[in-house]
Design a protein around this ligand. Structure first.
Ligand code: UD1
Length: 339
């Protein structure tokens, strides 16, 4: 089976390529290297002993996409990661986000139709829930008005998939709503390497511990939570990668119950920012420099997954702990910085 992985050199994509190869799939990676680097291919090869097929491709370039699919007529399924994901940047440059995240999805779905590719997995996000009315949050919770263009692209993408599936006789899709992916592969060959200042919590923590950032700013300690800081569901990226393999198998084995399905992919456990900081200090045995600052606009107070649907229907469950994830993130950061 040949699986096309878009954005396969990125953070979640690269971990998924490894797990796909470990499970015997042939992988074809496309990436435009906008937030990744070519040497990730070597690193994937050094973990799994197999170098995935690779082509640099700009998915916004429709003629290039059409010609790519003409040349690669043996694709059985697509896992679509390629997208922009920085919330703040999306507020500043909404058109970039709408073009990057929506046009590319449309072009890919057109090619699925043209070449009878019937299995499609989409990277969605818990951001579609906005501020939840009750926790843990289930897949049937309402989708709230998005608080950023980035979040809106995930909502619109899900709507596009629903509409396309409602008229397609052949296409089967699964949208995975990720909670907060953290950590790295235990070999420290691949991990999260944001370009510029990290926007996400864990890369900011590891870069602070590595001495690249002076201190972590904790955005708010006056929320109505255990210790006043926001709560999220942090999931190990390798667990998340494995959820894609399981979802793919569900589609390839025709076990899906509808031609559009959505699953929460989280641990089911909420942790506050300060709990993450404390856990990091504990597993790395060092103090982290941090200060409490104002709330960050757009942050929801608390969100964590109800994972029953993923556990029962998909047969997938997160296995690794937050401590494992933080330890692996630190090991990766040290390797990248030569510490
Ligand atoms: C956001 C998006 C999510 C997206 C992810 C990827 C929303 C609601 N969430 O997740 O959909 O997939 O980005 O980029 O749009 N924090 C600090 N200091 C920091 C950084 C973060 O205190 O320097 C706190 C935040 O306030 C938050 C938590 O850490 O409470 C996690 O933040 P972050 O890693 O940025 O992820 P989300 O905002 O949850």
């Amino acid at each position: 089976m040949k699986i096309l992985v878009t954005g396969g050199l990125g953070y979640i994509g690269s971990h998924t390529v490894v797990e796909l190869q470990n499970n015997g799939y042939d992988v074809l990676v496309i990436d435009n290297l906008s937030n990744s680097s070519f040497d990730v291919l070597d690193r994937i090869e050094s973990i799994s002993g197999i170098r995935p097929q690779y082509q640099e491709l700009e998915l916004r370039d429709k003629p290039a996409v059409i010609s790519f699919f003409k040349q690669n007529s043996d694709i059985d399924a697509i896992i679509h990661f390629a997208a922009s994901k920085a919330v703040g940047e999306s507020v500043e440059n909404p058109l970039l986000y709408y073009e990057n995240n929506l046009n590319t999805l449309i072009y890919l779905l057109q090619e699925c139709d043209a070449h009878s590719i019937n299995s499609f997995i989409f990277s969605s996000s818990c951001t579609v829930y906005g501020e939840p009315d009750s926790l843990p949050i289930t897949e049937s919770a309402p989708v709230k008005k998005a608080t950023s263009p980035y979040g809106n692209t995930k909502q619109i993408s899900e709507e596009i998939l629903i509409d396309v599936c409602s008229v397609s006789e052949t296409l089967n899709t699964i949208a995975l709503r990720y909670f907060n992916p953290i950590g790295a592969h235990n070999t420290a060959e691949i991990g999260e390497l944001p370009k510029g200042t990290p926007q996400n919590l864990v890369p900011f923590i590891t870069q602070t511990a590595a001495g690249i950032r002076k201190e972590l700013s904790v955005f708010g300690d006056d929320y109505p939570t255990v210790d006043g800081s926001c709560i999220r569901d942090y999931i190990h990226v390798v667990d998340l990668a494995n959820a894609h393999v399981v979802a793919l198998e569900r589609l390839l084995n025709k076990k899906n119950k509808a031609n559009y399905e959505v699953f929460n992919i989280g641990t089911g456990r909420g942790s506050s920012v300060l709990e993450v900081v404390n856990a990091f200090e504990k597993v790395t045995n060092q103090k982290l420099n941090y200060k409490i600052v104002d709330r960050r606009p757009g942050d929801v107070v608390s969100v964590y997954a109800d994972t029953n649907k993923a556990n029962d229907e998909l047969g997938w469950k997160a296995e690794k702990s937050m401590e494992d994830a933080l330890e692996s993130a630190w090991k990766w950061e040290k390797k990248v910085r030569g510490i």
